[in-house]
Write a protein that binds this ligand. Structure first.
Ligand SMILES: Nc1ncnc2c1ncn2[C@@H]1O[C@H](COP(=O)(O)OP(=O)(O)OP(=O)(O)O)[C@@H](O)[C@H]1O
Length: 264
């Protein structure tokens, strides 16, 4: 079997804010087509890592390559092409409140030169239906939507340019368990049907079980360990042990067990 293709390569990353060293010597590989769950205690720098990779925050030091392009030091033209190859969904969807859902999804599509307005609207509607929002949601404003619908709308916008990677920051935070489970299923279905690579920051053990192929744990300023959910349950580290075998983990995994097999 050929080695998996690395689409994100992070090496020796350092992030420091004043005296607060968040990352030091952090290495991470993300493989094409996988759903990688990024977990860690509060303040371990999960969001900072996501923002570093997507160029929203310049790290103090280190090297980040996405599709082989040097995100930090490469030529600007090469870096600009990356914007179209990934999409980002932030916690509350980060939608423009003065725009309808359709207009929000159209924002990234405006980058495509010569795209007629009616085609752009039709493409936006396609993305809106892909994330399971009924067509009427396109005409609504974010304030008229439930939290779960806003997240789906944020996902539709992240998918607007048919990205190869999507970054999701706490996609199920604030959703009720039924809404969260539906969102988990949506992520997994979209990833598998579109061949998407997903970088998923979460605290949600149910989401890890239901969606992720592999998990990366942030602790001690770096990626302490990566592996399957089953492997995490055997890691001898106090935080990892408590997180993956504590009472909440038992409740999340007991009904179904860790989903280590495709299609489970
Ligand atoms: N722009 C910034 N300026 C100063 N400190 C920052 C900045 N951004 C993040 N930090 C600090 O970096 C650390 C990591 O923050 P980050 O939001 O990445 O943590 P996290 O792991 O995502 O936490 P949580 O699980 O609570 O969301 C925190 O101590 C935070 O205060």
């Amino acid at each position: 079997m050929s080695a998996p293709e690395v689409v994100i390569r992070v090496r020796d990353l350092r992030n420091q804010f004043g005296a607060n060293v968040v990352h030091e010597g952090l290495d991470l590989d993300v493989y094409r087509g996988e759903i990688l769950g990024v977990v860690g205690g509060s303040g371990t720098g999960k969001s900072v890592l996501l923002r570093s990779i997507t160029g929203l925050q310049r790290p103090s030091a280190g090297r980040i390559e996405v599709f082989g392009v040097d995100v930090l030091g490469g030529p600007a033209a090469a870096r600009e092409t990356l914007d179209e190859r990934w999409g980002v969904m932030f916690q509350d969807g980060a939608l423009f409140s003065s725009l309808t859902v359709r207009e929000n999804v159209e924002v990234p599509l405006k980058k495509i030169p010569g795209l007629a307005p009616d085609v752009r609207a039709a493409l936006a509607d396609l993305k809106i239906s892909m994330v399971g929002l009924r067509y009427l949601a396109g005409d609504r404003y974010p304030s008229e939507l439930s939290g779960g619908m806003r997240k789906r709308a944020g996902l539709a916008r992240a998918l607007a340019l048919d990205p190869e990677i999507v970054f999701l920051d706490e996609p199920t935070a604030g959703l009720d368990p039924i809404g969260a489970a539906a969102f988990d299923a949506l992520i997994r279905n979209l990833s598998k049907s579109l061949g998407l690579t997903v970088f998923l920051v979460t605290h949600d053990l149910d989401t890890l079980r239901a969606t992720c192929d592999r998990i990366a744990v942030l602790a001690e300023r770096r990626v302490l360990v990566t592996g399957s959910l089953q492997q995490m349950q055997e890691v001898d580290h106090p935080w990892v042990h408590e997180y993956f075998t504590g009472p909440r983990a038992r409740a999340a995994f007991e009904a179904n067990g860790p989903r280590d097999k495709e299609g489970d």
